[in-house]
Every structure is written in C-alpha cells, then in structure tokens.
Ligand binder design. Structure first.
Ligand SMILES: [Zn+2]
Length: 492
C-alpha cells in the first residue's frame, strides 16, 4: 500500500498561515482527517483544522503541544468519526522533512492517545517553510512511522510535495529536451511523477493518453471496457484495421500507442478494463493524482464529478456537441472543457450534468429507442469529426498544463467553451451554489455519496471478448506486430 495526504487549497492556506509565524519561530497545530481508500493507495484527506486556544501550546524554541490540546482535539475527532493529525513547522526547512529525535518522541508519545480515541492511525505532518514543502507519515503503532509518498494541495493550482525516497525524480531523457526547456527540470520532475488516469479511450482519451506519455509521465492509466470497432477508425487515430478486425480492447490499443509515444526511460502503462460506474472502477481511480474524463454518458461523469470533490482528485472533463441542419449541412459545433476541483464549479452547477439524466442512464434508457420515442426525447447524437476531436483533447491538455505547471500562477481556468460558428472562446463565471450536493461533499473521502453500482453487464462483455477465438491469419499478424513493437520500443 502507498500512502498520501490531500488537502484542499483553502485548508492548506489556513494551516500554512498558522504554522509559518511572522517571528520565524516553529509552531504546532492539530487537524482531523478522513480516509480515501484506493486499491494501491490510501490517502488521508484533511477534514478540519482545530486551532489551539490560549495556553494550549508552547512556542518558544521547540514548539510543543500541551496534553490538554491533544486531548481536546482527540475528543473532537472521535465525535466526528475522524482521524487525528499532529502538525508542526520547520521554518527554515527545504523539501520533504525528516523527523528529528524530539519530533519522533512527541509523535510516538501521542500515537497511543490518538489511536485509542479515534481507532485510526495518527498522522504526523511537517511544513518546511523555505519552499512550502509538506511531508507526512502515518503512525500505525508507536515504534516507527510509515512515510507517505506525497502530500497534495488541491485547488485550481495542484501543488504536490514528493517524498523523493519513495517516488524518485525520474531521469530526464534526450527525447525530453524541448519539454524541459519549456518549464524547467524541477517542474518536469514534479509533473512526470504524477499518476494520471484517462477514463474513456475513444477519440479524445486516446489522444490525451499518448500526449501524456510523450510529455514524460512515468505512470499513466487508461480505463475503458470497450473494444475497437470498424466504425471507430475515423476518430481513434493510431488504431489499425487489425485492431478492429480482432476487436481489441481500447485499453490495449491505448497502451501500445502510449509505449510508442513515451519519452521516459520506462513508462508504467496501467490498463483497466473496468467501468468507472462500478465500485471497483472508483477504487482504482482513487490511486491517481489527476483524472481525465473522456466519457460522454451522464452516469460515469457523475461518478467522476463526485470523486473530484470528495477525494480531492482534480478531474478534467470535456466534450463536443455538433449540430446539423435538416438538410444535413453542419450548423454548429461547441466544445467545452472544465477542471473540477475545489475553487471551480462542478459539472452539475455549470449545467453539464443533470440528475435526471444520471438516473435514466443507470436504467439504460438513454440508448433505448422505445423509451426515447415514448418520452418524446431526441435520439442521442453521435456525430463527431476527427478533425474536431483534437480541439477537445487540446483544450483538456491545456487545462492540465495550467493545473500542474501553473503558468501565470493562476492554475486551471474557469469552465471554457468554444463556439465554432462564431469563433468565440468563452469563460464561464458560474460558481457552485450553497446547495450543491457535490461541493458540500468536499473532503468526505470514503463517505462520498455512493453513485457507483456493481453491475455484471460490462463484466460479461469483457469476458465474452476475451473468450473469442480469431482466425489463424489474424493471430499470426498480431504476433508479428507484437514482436516488431517490442523490439522497436527497446531502441535507445
Ligand atoms: Zn456544484
């Protein structure tokens, strides 16, 4: 299991303001957390900050907690059902901070109090003031802490402090020269370590996944349970006639293309042939730092909209809608992209997700011709043009760069949409309303509203595809292609 800590930008600002004093002395602070549990990573999501009252801590020399402060906070955490986090600052500290002897003893001493009150491991955190670097460890018992791999501050600006020992800076390769000259080797080191998931490996997702690999990311996941068909070939650039003939899984095609495009020495491409609307898909998604939503149905988008706020994993979503005149001529095209994260409105608040549609999608009615006719609805439009889907992926990727490299320090923009017929790019000024269920569930972690459901339909589809036997001619072609690919990717 890997460990990480996530906090919203607002919470991080409150904690930073308290811990970095004007007089330059160390300080201490207590917070509470909830868990967000993935398959391979557990994240402590900072839930609330418990500021000390007068006399509850000493700040001269080595700052220290009083037992009264720890006991009060442990009680508050227990009542709320949260875990307890003890924080302190190293004002002159630079980068990921280690524990001094005194820090170790303090945290180890309070571990028992925290665990017996909350029944959860105690979290220890340090803020290095020199370059605003957070570090964290989990105390499962009092003998030795388990270090986290990263601490993420999540807002339109995603700032991650990495534990270089557990996730080392990847080597910069010759193929990355131009990338590195654009944002510097420090940014490259931070960005390349992000684990990014692309949900939906169709025209847009396939393009995004390849460009992430080419940017030098060392771990990229793709999630899709669908297979390539002949009718996809006008948009899935890089997918071949052989892929369609074999009905290959879209994630396999994406993995092949990503390995060809990768500029890192070694890329770890994770293939997830599952549905994001299933609890297993959600658990997998919780292992990632950033998610691209390249799906167009309401249910999967609702699940991702939830994760963005509850689990503090920024989701970059987008899509395109083309309309035609009755005579078949093109009328208009609109593409939208938005980054879902605390500080930016969710998909429901910008009208990109309608609750009623999610329920219909769950019931499988959105593609049901009988229902569509009976309800007097318009049949879903599946128009798409390869020449335009690149505009969606380009806009999604630009949001990603703003989120992680933050040129101009502003981070991800407000929701954008481009109107093709009038050539106008617009920025929405909507914010989440006070009654937004998604935003109100921010920082709830494993207590997120359950929208995903266990289903067998997609499982059966995947199994049927795997069981299928193909003609010998296609199998030989496939083996030759595989070998050629493998040896080509080994060229240095
Ligand atoms: Zn909202």
């Amino acid at each position: 299991m890997r460990y990480s800590v996530a906090m919203s930008g607002d919470t991080e600002a409150v904690m930073r303001d308290h811990l970095l004093r004007e007089d330059g002395q160390e300080d201490v602070l207590i917070a509470t957390y909830v868990l967000s549990t993935g398959i391979e990573r557990t994240t402590a999501v900072i839930r609330s900050v418990i500021l000390p009252r007068d006399g509850e801590r000493h700040v001269h020399g080595n700052a220290s907690f009083t037992s009264a402060y720890v006991l009060r906070a442990a009680h508050e955490a227990r009542v709320a059902g949260h875990g307890l986090a003890l924080l302190h600052s190293h004002p002159g500290g630079h980068g990921w901070q280690r524990l001094s002897r005194t820090d170790w003893e303090t945290e180890s001493d309070y571990e028992r109090v925290a665990r017996s009150a909350t029944k959860m491991p105690m979290l220890g955190m340090t803020l290095g003031g020199e370059n605003i670097a957070w570090s964290a460890r989990f105390w499962f018992d009092r003998t030795e802490p388990t270090w986290a791999e990263s601490v993420r501050s999540v807002s339109p600006v995603l700032a991650v402090t990495w534990n270089d020992e557990l996730r080392p800076v990847p080597k910069i390769t010759g193929a990355q020269e131009r990338t590195v000259s654009s944002w510097g080797d420090r940014s490259q080191g931070r960005i390349a370590r992000l684990r990014v998931l692309v949900v939906g490996a169709g025209s847009v997702g396939l393009d995004v996944a390849q460009r992430l690999a080419a940017t030098g990311l060392i771990t990229v996941g793709v999630m899709d349970y669908d297979a390539v068909e002949r009718r996809n070939l006008d948009r899935m650039i890089g997918a071949t006639r052989l892929d369609a003939a074999l009905g290959r899984a879209k994630v396999d095609v994406a993995a092949r293309l990503m390995k060809s495009a990768a500029t890192a020495d070694v890329i770890d491409v994770r293939r997830h042939e599952v549905s994001i609307t299933d609890p297993v898909g959600v658990s997998i998604a919780l292992d990632y730092d950033v998610i691209f939503s390249c799906v167009d149905r309401p249910w999967p988008r609702a699940v991702l909209n939830g994760i963005a706020y509850a689990d503090l994993i920024p989701v970059i979503d987008g899509g395109i809608a083309l309309t035609t005149f009755p005579d078949g001529h093109m009328r208009n095209g609109i593409w939208r992209t938005h980054t879902l994260t605390p500080g930016r409105p969710c998909m429901a608040c910008i009208g990109q997700l309608v609750a009623g549609e999610v329920s219909l999608d769950k019931l499988g009615l959105l593609e049901d011709p009988e229902y569509i006719e009976g309800a007097g609805r318009e049949a879903p439009s599946h128009q798409n043009v390869a020449a335009l889907s690149a505009s969606v992926s380009a806009s999604l990727l630009a949001q990603f760069v703003s989120l992680v490299a933050h040129p101009g320090s502003r981070g991800a923009p407000a929701p954008l949409h481009y109107v093709l017929s009038t050539h106008t790019l617009m920025q929405s000024d909507t914010s989440c309303g006070p009654y937004c269920a998604y935003e109100n569930a921010t920082r709830t972690g494993d207590r997120r509203t359950p929208i995903a459901e266990h289903r067998n339909d997609w499982r059966e589809e995947v199994e049927a595809r795997k069981a299928k036997r193909h003609p010998l001619r296609l199998r030989i072609l496939s083996s030759v292609e595989y070998l050629l690919q493998r040896y080509t990717n080994r060229l240095r």
